[in-house]
Each structure stands twice: as C-alpha cells, then as structure tokens.
Design a protein. Structure first.
Length: 626
C-alpha cells in the first residue's frame, strides 16, 4: 500500500504539472469567484479562499436527476460511499466518508444536526428525505467538531432544504416513474405577500421494489419488498424590519418499508418510521454583524413488525445561538453556544442527556494570499463531564498570472463523538461509564484553478481514533458466550488516505470530471465493508443549449465483511457502476424532461452480503415551473 501511495503522489504531481503547462498561458478567462460555500467555517466563502475541499451538489443537478435519492446523489461524490444505496429503497444506509461510519458523519438539515436519539449511532436517516425538496448539498470531508459538535469526526453532510425565494407566486410540479413500479410525485408553491415569504411542499413516493434478501435457491421465489414515503414541509419568513427577520418551519415525514429476516432469508416483515420537526430562526442584523438563533425540535418513532417486534421513540432539541461580527474586510468571527437535549423511550425508562457547547471561530485574511481559520469548542455533557476540541486551518492562494491560481492548504483538528443514549442506557448492554470517542485529524493538499475551465484538488490525510466505543462480547473459560455490552476499546485506530479530483470544461458544450480516493487502514478488521479504493469520471455534453446528456462511471473497490456463519469473513469483490442521464428544456426552461438509466451495463455485484442489488433500471420524469 505504501507503494500505491507513492505512485498516487507521483501521479497527482504529474497531473498538476501537465495541467499547468497546458493552461497557464490562457488569457481572457474569468473565473466565477461568486461560487461560495458555507459549511467550512459558517461564513459565505469563495471556494478559492476556503481552507477545505468542499463538494457541492447544486439545485440544477438535483432537478435534472429524477427519481434519484439523496443517497444516490452522494454516492457519486469523490471519496463518499453510501453503503446500501444500491439495494431496495428501504435498505439501511451506512455513511462512509474517509473510512468513517454513521457515528463519524454528521448530517445537518439547514445548518443544524437533526438525528435520532433512539438509534445506536444517533444518526439521521437519509431515507426520510425527498431529494426534490432539497436546494443543495455541501459535503465537507475531515473533522469539524469545533463548528458542529459531536459526530463531525470524519465529515459533514450539510443539506439545505428549499426556501421561499420568489417575489411572485410560483408553483413547481414534478413527476417521475421508473422500474419496479416506482413513482415519485412532488409539488411546492412559494411566493411573497407583503413582508411574508412562504413555501409549502408535499411529496409521495412508492415502489414495489425487489426482494431485499438475495435468493440463492432456484426452488423458491422471494417476495418483493415494497416501499412508500410521504412528506410535507412548510417554511415561512416575516420581515418585521430591515434588521429583524423571523423564520419558521414545520415538516412531517413517514415511510413504510418491507424487509426480510436477514441475509438469504425471506420474510414478510415491515417497519414504519415517522418524524415530525418544528423550527424557528430569528435573525437580527446590526452594524458589522448579525445575531441569530437556529432552533429545532424533532420527534421520531420506529415500529418493527416481525417475529421479533420492537418499538422505539426519540426526541431531540437543538438550539444554536450565534453572533457573527465582521471587524473588517479581513477579520470575521463567530461566537456561539450550541445546546442539544435528547432522550429516548426504553421500556418504562426515558433516559436523557444534554450537551452545552460554547464555541468560536475566527477567519482572518492576513494578506491577499494568506487565510487563517481557527476555532475551539468546549463540550459540556450531562453524563461524562466535559472535553475540549480545536482546529487550525491555514490556506495560501498563489496568483500564477492571469486567472490561474494555486492554493495550498492544511489543517489539524480534534473531534469527538458522544456516547449515544442507547450505548449508555440500553437494557443489558448499556454502560453509563462510557467516555466520548476522540479523534485527531491532519490533512494537507493543493488546489489548482486554471482560468474558469479547469480545477484540480489533491489531498492527503491521516486520522487517529482513540477511546472508540464498540460492542464487546464476553466468553467464559470454555469459550461460551456469556454476554456483552458497550465499552471504550483500548488502543488506537488509524487511517490515512489520498484523494484527487478534477473538473475540466474542455470546450463550451463538453465537460469532464474525475476522482480517485485510496485509503490505508491500520487494522482492516476495524473498517469492515468500507472500500479502500474508489474512482470514476463523469462526462457531460450539451447537445444544444436546451439538451444535455451525461455518462457517469464509478468503481468501488474490494471490501471485507464479517458474517455470523462459516467462513465468518468474506471478501466482497470490486464492482463498476455506469449511469446514463439526459435532460431537455422547453418553454424557456419552464418545463424540463429528464431521465436516467442506472447500472447501464447490468452489473451483477454484492453491495451488502446476503442482500440483492438493483439490476439495470430506469427513471423518466418531468418538472414544470409556473
């Protein structure tokens, strides 16, 4: 693997050098410095000045992807793997960013963590989200606990939901149909009446699906495992004055899915998931700054109907009070206090816990070239006490002449993961003496911007995990299992990796992008089901100003999976995914026809051991805005 890293490093330098020789002499090009991201430091920051590589899935990309789930969209990003996304719509999802798992990946909805306190990893379930209700998605790779708190250890997925933006009433309708009797219906209306802005949206999705469990017996015929989801979402904002604005939102999501008994085992099981969420967002602007509160309360209920039925309920309150102050064009600060209160129902008990985290972040343009981001957070938890995390993230933007620039960046960050309520209080398995997991991450890299047509990013990172929480089985002297529970594991888990991606507008109608991520695990047994290699490319061609076609190719590397029967450890082969998509606009873009063929080559592969993956399938759709 060390040899692979050396080869990848040489390859990245070659790409950077060749790209510079090819494009450095171009003149008259203007790069759009208006492209901004917010996840890296909570400020609107031009991407060239960000000290992190942040990937953004735009509103246009989402609108042109009918039938794709949020997990499908994320799976096409460099170094991001959503395990389970290629199974039935109801398949459990594992989020892998830089070798992390669900507990290491924080999902934000409109800037706030929204999660399930009754879950083992306290993660948010992406199956609840209707992709057509999303405005854009930003993905930050690397530790970000100083800004966002517990769980932001390997990466952050920041999902911005649609908000009212139109002065005049506007209605958007979309409908898609596809394989496995799949249908997605979406509608929203937005506008502004006086000082009141509003958005009301609803959606319904249904699929007859395929069998969740893999059927290896030709004498049997496993039943299809269906899925349906309906959701409603409202957002309102009222401008009391030029300085003060109050926003509010309410959402309800419900999904029902069939599931089987496990690997290679058919059954007529069913689970239902319901979530309600309510939020407030007052903002007050003053000279050189603004003060705002992001508040959200969500409740979630799960009901499993099977031979082993179970129910769980969780409740989560988030409040993030921040004061953003701009000292000058070069110095910005954010000071905040983040409160998290969560509980879940476990039989007759309702255990709960709180985090109260004061934090700050500083962004300084020391010179026109040198930018420094730094931050710190004190985490105060009701169960285990307190811990301190911090980050340092400098970047340097070198002007190569014309519109070509080279950015060098690096960071050192510490992060933490609070024990979940389940790990602390679950009957038989819980351990109230658990301490938070701790991480240290180092990364450095280069970004090359050559005019408006070519960008390449290359990064190397390391992460060390200490105090990891795992389920520990216990055996007697004769090897018989006598019980187990959650505990902090001694020792250090390590991962290092190399990532490179590029975007190239070759000619006006033709663009291509590519990516590669390679990871080296200190102990592969601690990173089951996570591929150590992922690479791919996307080619996009505008046949006319209104018609576009794209081909996306991704290769997912080999993985190892632990199973509960002989041979107990299996190797899952690498596989390729090829998707073809198109879009066509009419009536000046008011109506968009689009379609996708997923798994175009009908590759037969194993995503999750013992479970099926979707064969070649299609989706077609139409979206109209009036």
């Amino acid at each position: 693997m060390r040899t692979i890293f050396r080869k990848l490093s040489i390859a990245s330098l070659a790409i950077l050098t060749a790209s510079f020789n090819l494009f450095a002499q171009e003149e008259g090009q203007v790069r759009d410095l208006g492209r901004v991201v917010v996840t890296g430091n909570k400020f609107e920051t031009p991407i060239e000045k960000s000290g992190k590589v942040i990937y953004k899935i735009t509103a246009d990309e989402i609108r042109n992807s009918p039938g794709r789930t949020v997990a499908d969209l994320l799976n096409q990003l460099p170094g991001v793997n959503i395990d389970g996304a290629f199974g039935t719509p109801g398949t459990n999802l594992d989020y892998n960013i830089r070798g992390g798992r669900n507990a290491h990946t924080l999902i934000l909805i409109d800037g706030l963590p929204i999660n399930d306190p009754s879950g083992i990893a306290m993660d948010y379930d992406l199956r609840l989200l209707n992709a057509q209700a999303v405005e854009y998605i930003e993905v930050l790779k690397g530790a970000a606990s100083t800004l966002y708190g517990t769980g932001a250890a390997a990466g952050v997925i920041n999902i911005k939901m649609k908000a009212p933006t139109s002065e005049l009433p506007k209605v958007t309708l979309s409908q898609s149909i596809g394989s496995f009797s799949t249908s997605n219906t979406n509608a929203d209306v937005q506008g502004k009446t006086g000082k009141l802005s509003y958005l009301v949206a609803g959606a319904f999705a249904i699929s007859e699906g395929i069998s969740a469990a893999q059927d290896n017996d030709p004498a049997t015929d496993f039943g299809n495992d269906g899925f349906y989801r309906y959701s409603g979402r409202t957002k309102f904002a009222y401008d009391f004055s030029e300085a003060f604005n109050l926003g509010a939102n309410f959402s309800y999501e419900k999904l029902r899915s069939d599931y089987d008994d496990g690997a290679f085992a058919d059954a007529d099981n069913e689970f239902t998931l319901k979530q309600t969420s309510f939020g407030l967002n007052p903002k007050f602007k003053y000279n050189k700054g603004n003060l705002q509160l992001k508040f959200n309360h969500n409740q979630i209920k799960r009901d499993f109907v099977s031979a082993y039925p179970s129910k769980s309920e969780g409740e989560n309150t988030q409040a993030d009070l921040t004061n953003e102050y701009i000292f000058s064009n070069r110095i910005k600060t954010i000071v905040g206090v983040h409160y998290q209160g969560y509980k879940f129902v476990a039989g007759d008990d309702e255990p709960d816990a709180t985090n109260i985290d004061p934090y700050f972040n500083l962004a300084v343009d020391a010179t026109d070239a040198l930018t420094l981001n730094a931050g710190a957070r004190l985490n105060i938890n009701s169960e285990y006490g307190s811990n301190f995390v911090y980050s340092l993230n400098p970047s340097y933007l070198l002007n190569l002449g014309g519109e070509s620039k080279l950015k060098a960046f690096g960071s050192y960050s510490t992060a933490f993961i609070s024990p979940s309520l389940y790990q602390l209080f679950a009957p038989f398995y819980g351990n109230t003496a658990l301490e938070p997991q701790e991480m240290q991450s180092t990364e450095f890299g280069l970004s090359l911007y050559l005019g408006s047509n070519f960008t390449v990013n290359a990064e190397y990172f390391t992460r060390k995990e200490e105090n990891a929480i795992d389920f520990v089985s216990r055996f007697d002297n004769t090897g018989n299992y006598v019980g187990g529970g959650y505990d902090n594991v001694t020792g250090t888990r390590e991962i290092q990796g190399f990532e490179i991606d590029f975007q190239w507008q070759i000619i006006e109608p033709l663009s291509i992008s590519g990516h590669l991520a390679s990871y080296q695990f200190g102990n592969p047994a601690q990173f089951y089901r996570i591929p150590d290699l992922k690479f791919g490319f996307n080619t996009n061609y505008a046949i006319t100003s209104n018609t576009n076609v794209a081909v996306n190719y991704t290769r997912f590397g080999e993985r190892e999976a632990a199973i509960f029967s002989d041979p107990y450890l299996v190797k899952l082969e690498a596989y390729n995914m090829v998707d073809l998509s198109f879009s066509h606009k009419v009536f000046d873009g008011a109506v968009i026809f689009s379609g996708t063929i997923n798994n175009l080559l009908d590759e037969d592969f194993v995503g999750v051991y013992g479970f099926t993956t979707r064969p070649a399938n299609f989706t077609i759709g139409v979206t109209g805005t009036f």
